[in-house]
Design a protein around this ligand. Structure first.
Ligand code: CA
Length: 171
């Protein structure tokens, strides 16, 4: 009679699940380095939705409901990027961009119900980095935010020409 006990067969049985050793990270992609985002928007429901979605991805969120408040908050707590409505109660968003661009160089994404090419061109020409029209898909806005933050990170390397982050293959 042969009795080969399974215990003697060695370690091929997989007695310790490797999954338990490495807990899976949160499926939500974290914001790059916990970037600070200023939301400039006068629609409370939209501010709420943006805040929830950004915080869920580890962004730090600041909000402003008017153009003047946006300028004050940006000056006191300069964010890594700004999401800006154009139709604000006091100052037009385009003028807010003009005022910000006197000193603020991080990305600005316009989020506006204005869909005409003239509005887009105007905002981009005074310094917006991207323009998303309402209604919008939250996933697309978040992707565009990641994109402008990546570009902004890459631009920090521009003093080192040998360290170009992009190759011609990606153009
Ligand atoms: Ca508005």
């Amino acid at each position: 009679m042969e009795s080969t006990s399974p215990e003697l067969r060695g370690g091929s049985g997989g007695s310790s699940p490797p999954e338990l050793a490495q807990p899976r990270p949160d499926p939500l992609r974290p914001g790059p380095g916990g970037a600070g985002i200023l939301i400039v928007e006068d629609e409370p429901e939209l501010v709420r939705a943006l805040r929830i979605n950004l915080r869920a991805r580890q962004y730090h969120v600041l909000t402003a409901g008017t153009g003047r408040e946006a300028l004050a908050v940006a000056a006191s707590h300069p964010p890594d990027a700004i999401i800006l409505d154009l139709g604000l109660p006091d100052i037009d968003g385009t003028e807010v961009i003009v005022a910000l661009r006197e000193w603020y160089h991080a990305p600005i994404i316009v989020l506006s119900g204005r869909t005409s090419p003239g509005d887009k061109i105007g905002a981009l020409d005074v310094g917006a980095d991207d323009y998303v029209t309402k209604p919008f898909a939250m996933a697309e806005l978040l992707a565009r935010l990641r994109a402008v933050l990546r570009r902004d990170d890459a631009s920090l390397d521009r003093d080192f020409p040998g360290h170009r982050p992009y190759t011609l293959h990606q153009v």
